[in-house]
Design a protein around this ligand. Structure first.
Ligand SMILES: [Zn+2]
Length: 316
């Protein structure tokens, strides 16, 4: 028995070099090894899925609970995993301070859209899957001592697409913040307008920006936070008109995707094109906020901006 276990390694190497330990006694020795190899493999398969996540950047295996406790940020390399709207709100606002608005608002299938599947079915499917009514949660909460109007988008709901509900909820939030004279924070993630609602989706771009124009007249601060990914109709409307435009590290941000731009312009795109870091170097983004520092940094900006607000209204 001792000879069979010692002879494993030289056999596996399959080099021409003479083995230090004597070669295997016969075919029985190789047969004896196989079940051992097989058993280790089946042990690996036994680990239930969903308990561990592999970091796409540094390939570290991270225990799910550890990832949740770390706001879905890899502890080794700082990679930001996607995070749901509710989780993000929980990590950002003071306990029990968030009063959600328009929680029951849902889309209607105005166009009777049927392509691959009916829009009404799609809505139901995603409502069930995400436990959200649509792709944004809005409300008023307290961050670092400041009462703010807060809107947080969720990419898991139909790619964070903006339909009439997302537009309407954000508009109502902006109007409430205007009325109550509160700072406004919108955290975006979106693939763009919701195709199932056609023109109704595109109208939300003008509607949200119209409400923001009224908000700006009150000299109230609007902080737009862009997270991975923020594209198209959302980026071309409310997400890009913040008094401060902030982003999470390595978030992809743009209007059209890089492939479309490359095909249209027939030009090579620079490395790290459309990343938050690239856009900060080119002046679109004011600061990059790692998720774990976001609460503290937003508090800092709010303090700075509301102090300025007080001073400017006093001098006016
Ligand atoms: Zn990592």
């Amino acid at each position: 028995m001792a000879t069979t276990s010692f002879s494993k390694k030289p056999l596996a190497l399959e080099t021409g070099e003479p083995a230090v330990t004597p070669p295997p006694a016969g075919p029985e020795a190789t047969f004896a090894k196989r079940p051992k190899l097989g058993s280790t493999k089946s042990k690996k398969r036994e680990i239930p899925e969903g308990l561990w996540a592999k970091c796409p950047k540094c390939s570290t295996m991270i225990f799910d609970k550890e990832l949740d406790a770390n706001l879905k940020v890899c502890g080794k390399c700082g990679h930001h995993f996607p995070i749901g709207a509710r989780e993000r709100i929980n990590g950002l606002v003071e306990t029990c301070s968030f009063e959600e608005m328009d929680a029951e608002l849902t889309s209607v299938d105005a166009l009777k859209f049927t392509a691959v599947s009916a829009y009404a079915d799609k809505l139901q499917e995603y409502q069930k899957k995400t436990k959200l009514k649509d792709a944004v949660i809005t409300g008023i909460g307290r961050i670092d001592g400041f009462r703010v109007g807060l809107g947080v988008m969720d990419f898991d709901f139909l790619g964070g697409s903006m339909g009439s509900v997302v537009g309407e909820k954000l508009t109502r939030l902006i109007e409430a913040a205007t009325e109550k004279a509160l700072p406004l924070i919108i955290i975006s993630t979106s693939g763009g307008a919701r195709m199932y609602e056609g023109m109704f989706s595109l109208m939300q771009m003008a509607k949200t920006c119209g409400a923001l124009a009224y908000y700006a007249r009150q000299r109230l601060p609007y902080l737009s936070v862009l997270t991975n990914p923020t594209y198209a109709g959302v980026m071309a409307s409310f997400a890009s008109v913040g008094d401060l435009i902030l982003a999470e590290p390595e978030a992809l941000i743009g209007f059209a995707g890089p492939r479309v731009i490359k095909d249209t312009t027939q030009a090579e795109l620079p490395p790290s094109f459309q990343t938050a870091e690239f856009l900060m170097a080119h002046g679109l983004i004011d600061a990059i906020l790692p998720r774990k520092e976001m609460k503290e940094q937003l508090g800092y900006y709010l303090e700075f901006l509301t102090e300025r607000m007080k001073k400017s209204s006093a001098s006016a």
